[in-house]
Design a protein around this ligand. Structure first.
Ligand SMILES: [Zn+2]
Length: 97
């Protein structure tokens, strides 16, 4: 399978899109890859934004961790590629930057 795996941004580029769904900064959250088990900050994922949505891939094994597509007023979020996403809720007490 041929894939342009070098043409990505880091996970921080998804902060704007993900802030539509999550009240906390997801790029600072830790997620575990369901394929290889690597646990990393979301900001470390490899982000592909060339398609109709956003695809985040594991920095270790390149498997898809998250897909996000906006269609009109609806956002579709596919997180099957992650075993879990661990969020720091202490951010909820902080004021918006
Ligand atoms: Zn992985």
């Amino acid at each position: 399978m041929s894939l342009h795996i070098y043409d990505y941004l880091d996970g921080n580029a998804a902060a704007g899109e993900l802030s539509k769904i999550f009240a906390v900064d997801v790029t600072a959250a830790e997620g575990q890859c369901a394929h290889c088990g690597a646990t990393k900050r979301f900001a470390e994922t490899h982000l592909y934004m060339q398609g109709p949505g956003v695809v985040a891939r594991c920095a270790v094994c390149k498997h898809v961790l998250l897909r996000l597509v906006s269609i009109r007023q609806r956002v579709f979020l596919d997180m099957r590629g992650m075993t879990y996403l661990s969020l720091d809720t202490s951010q909820l007490q902080e004021s918006n930057e």
